[in-house]
Design a protein around this ligand. Structure first.
Ligand code: AQP
Length: 321
């Protein structure tokens, strides 16, 4: 069983869709779980109203994209269970282990007013994984160290207090293209990009998608060829088109002789890929009762699934009734 999260640090974008959500829909096993990790979006300065809105939107996008409603939940809806388990795991983790996390060093070093949660969120991530008994966690290189921490904590708890937790392992997702920012192909497309001109959001209207794709940075070469090193902007467009069609970038490149034609094809493919998701998301967002139902059911299923692990861990560590 696998678990994957997506953080509502901004609006869901094409990179999240092609790099993760599309795959979750196509390859997800019947027990796999997906959650909107809103608690992880609070480790740096955040806006509470925006966070709440983006959390609902992201949940709606996941369901609209085709993830069965019974396999999604919102992290903060399990805040009691996760809060309790995080504390138990913090009492199993040394300060040095947490401080060694590269992401903490990168995001926190030299910053004034660094939140304590930036140091401890890998332990919350361990709780996300261990509460559900996930055996596999698909993560990129940047999160691998956090899964290693979850493994270490599960092993330590099991050997010190008693067998409760499945020891998870990270699985690298199949090497898919990293979707790059259309305005700056040196950067990955990102929710928190300072300029949204190069980021296609899942809920962007078709005209806006066309404008963003037409303005995408290319280069001064002539003809269309797939050469990621020398021509990163064009390679990104080809990878996006290939991702929408389930094809290979080099194979789609041969269809085009000019950047204009390529951009038109990319814009139309992206629009048609995102259209049903946008429309279904808008329907769900216009029906707060249905969204609340999905959210409540997801939360109670996930809480139920983890309850026996939390109760056993509490008892074994010497807490609770
Ligand atoms: N540009 C991308 N191309 C391919 N896959 C991507 N993912 C994110 N950006 C791209 C994948 O989407 C999943 C969920 O992402 P996340 O919420 O865990 O955070 P992230 O990777 O940090 O995403 P962002 O958009 O870049 O957010 P910010 O700006 O807040 O850091 C993951 O599977 C991720 O690989």
């Amino acid at each position: 069983m696998r678990i994957s999260g997506i953080t509502p640090s901004g609006h869901t974008h094409l990179g999240n869709h092609l790099g993760a959500i599309q795959r979750w829909v196509a390859d997800g096993g019947p027990d796999d779980l997906y959650f909107v990790s809103d608690l992880h979006a609070m480790t740096t300065t955040h806006n509470p109203g925006k966070l709440r809105g983006r959390t609902s939107e992201m949940l709606a996008v996941l369901v609209a994209a085709g993830i069965p409603a019974e396999r999604v939940f919102v992290q903060s809806d399990l805040s009691r269970e996760l809060g309790a388990l995080t504390w138990i795991l913090e009492c199993t983790c040394s300060y040095g282990e947490a401080a060694r996390m590269i992401q903490f060093k990168e995001k926190g070093s030299g910053q004034p007013g660094v939140r304590l949660s930036l140091l401890t969120y890998p332990v919350l991530m361990a709780a996300d994984i261990l509460l559900q008994g996930a055996a596999e966690v698909p993560v990129g290189e940047d999160q691998n160290q956090h899964v290693e921490l979850a493994r270490a904590l599960a092993r330590r708890f099991n050997s010190t207090y008693g067998e409760v937790f499945t020891v998870p392992r990270s699985v690298l997702p199949p090497t898919g293209a990293r979707v790059r920012d259309l305005s700056d192909p040196a950067r990955k497309m990102s929710k928190s990009a300072r300029d949204a001109a190069g980021v296609v959001f899942v809920l962007d209207e078709p005209d806006l998608i066309r404008r963003k794709v037409r303005r995408a940075v290319t280069d001064g070469f002539s003809g269309v060829a797939y050469a990621p090193e020398e021509r990163p902007g064009v390679a990104n467009l080809l990878e996006i088109l290939a991702g929408c069609r389930g094809a290979r970038p080099a194979d789609v490149a041969v269809e085009f002789s000019s950047y204009g034609e390529l951009k038109e094809a990319v814009a139309e493919a992206v629009i048609e890929t995102l259209r049903p998701i946008r429309e279904r998301t808008q329907e769900l967002l216009a029906d707060p009762a249905e969204l609340a139902r999905i959210r409540k059911e997801g939360a109670s299923r996930a809480a139920e699934r983890g309850e026996h692990r939390l109760t056993s861990a509490m008892r074994l560590i010497g807490a609770g009734m």
